[in-house]
Design a protein around this ligand. Structure first.
Ligand code: URP
Ligand code: ZN
Length: 454
């Protein structure tokens, strides 16, 4: 079915214009004023923005941490994503220790059946050895061109030598590596100290992992990437001090990319004092208002490259299953549905970033960096993943008025403006007036390399 989106303002990272968008056979056939097509179904976008579908670079759907399984799988997480205007997620397929990358890839393909948005995978490497390295070529063939390494978590962390070797191997493969940067040995000592001082509740979590825990790890990663002579990216950057380390590396001439998340822009560690403080236990922890401000400034100056959610949801029952002990509360929070609304409300409407920058951080930037060629821009020939964004919508996020399969949101009580009124996915009109009318239409997106952006 041909679709003609009329009378909207088409926003791309490079600029905006009043234009219609004609969609045929899953692709954008034309963008321009006064388009016509006799048989097309019409969507009136008067007063609305027409945006390229958002890409979430950081989700954990159907993840078993060993002690808890995330509340959202690909069906419920994909539903929440598409209703928020996210037409593609890059989820973390995760290797088991003793297992192969191929097994992880196959497992995640199975998990992703029935997803309502498109999906691709980063591969999280839990064990670096000759076989893992040899498998990277097959990952490239399967369209996985980015990897994640963890400096934390007993079941996932790899040592600095492995990071160095993996970076070099990824470069040979034309792939990009992102790293979760925190100093595991030090933060564990601090957990013991904080608990010995009698602080076992959520307020102990940020005390055990203060800003230098992240900044030291970022500084170390930057030097390892310098020695390996490779690009690298930092996942979920949360601190001004970590940002300063990335700036130093860039000043040395290194190719460094930065991801942050709405929670590190909008929430502070004061949340841990709330009665439901457990829901904010995530790693890295929430920071200070000064860190929020530094990250907003870095976004405004385009020093941060893209914004993911780190959607990793657990119900309150899961969070509190082992009591209110911060060390045993599953790490992570929900967010995949609300990234666009939060960025629009607190970024664009408050004048911190422009509409074009929002599209750069949520759509065009991730598409280019992560090899999703043919997406991220409203232009002729591109895949028709499109949002009709209604700026007149106003609402408030609560713990329960979401499409997640989760009874809590870190952003509960936040007023929001704007919504994804209509969404096209691969040229199909899957969300109509805020209702998901065609669920389960997501497709696997094999990727090609990574695209240098700096
Ligand atoms: O607390 C978080 N962020 N959990 C998800 C896994 C990770 O560290 O990204
Ligand atoms: Zn994560």
């Amino acid at each position: 079915m041909d679709i003609l989106i009329q009378n909207g303002t088409v926003v791309n990272a490079g600029g905006s214009m009043q234009a219609d968008v004609l969609v045929q056979d899953g692709r954008i056939r034309a963008v321009g004023p006064g388009l016509s097509c006799a048989d097309a179904r019409r969507i009136d976008a008067a007063g609305c923005f027409v945006l390229p579908g958002f890409i979430d670079t950081h989700t954990h759907f159907d993840l078993d941490t060993g002690s808890a399984r995330t509340a959202d799988d690909f069906v419920t997480g994909g539903r929440a994503a598409i209703l928020g205007g996210t037409t593609a997620v890059l989820d973390f397929a995760t290797q088991d220790r003793g297992g192969t990358l191929m097994e992880a890839f196959d497992t995640w393909q199975e998990k992703a059946r029935g997803c309502s948005c498109n999906y691709g995978f980063h591969m999280a490497i839990a064990e670096w050895n000759a076989q893992t390295e040899a498998e990277m070529a097959e990952m490239t063939r399967r369209g996985v061109t980015s990897y994640k390494l963890y400096m934390v978590y007993d079941a996932l962390r790899v040592d600095d030598g492995a990071i160095y070797a993996a970076l070099k191997a990824a470069k040979r493969e034309g792939a990009l590596i992102g790293v979760h940067c925190e100093n595991w040995d030090v933060l564990n000592r601090r957990i013991a100290e904080v608990k010995a001082a009698g602080m076992t509740g959520p307020a102990g979590h940020p005390l055990s992992r203060p800003a230098p825990v992240e900044a030291e790890a970022i500084a170390r990663l930057m030097r390892i990437a310098e020695l390996a002579e490779t690009p690298v990216y930092v996942v979920h950057l949360s601190t001004a001090e970590g940002l300063a380390e990335a700036r130093r590396a860039r000043a040395r001439g290194q190719e460094v990319y930065l991801e942050t998340c709405p929670q590190y822009l909008l929430l502070t560690d004061e949340c841990y004092a709330a009665p439901d403080g457990a829901k904010f236990v995530m790693s890295p922890p929430l920071r200070k208002a000064a860190d929020n401000a530094a990250l907003w400034d870095a976004l405004a100056g385009s020093e941060i490259d893209f914004i993911g959610t780190d959607h990793c949801s657990f119900t309150m029952a899961q969070k509190l299953e082992h009591g209110n002990d911060f060390q045993r509360i599953p790490n992570g929070g929900a967010g995949v549905q609300h990234r666009g609304q939060l960025l629009y409300t607190y970024g664009v409407c408050e004048g911190r970033i422009t509409m074009e920058q929002m599209v750069q951080f949520l759509s065009a930037g991730p598409a280019q960096l992560f090899g999703l060629s043919g997406r991220g821009t409203d232009a002729e020939g591109m895949a028709a993943d499109l949002i009709v964004w209604d700026p007149a919508f106003t609402g408030r996020i609560t713990d329960t008025n979401t499409a997640h399969n989760c009874d809590n949101s870190p952003f509960a009580s936040f007023a929001v403006r704007g919504c994804a009124r209509d969404v096209l996915l691969n040229g199909e009109h899957v969300v109509e007036n805020g209702v998901l009318v065609l669920p389960g239409r997501g497709q696997y997106l094999p990727r090609k390399g990574y695209g240098k952006c700096r």
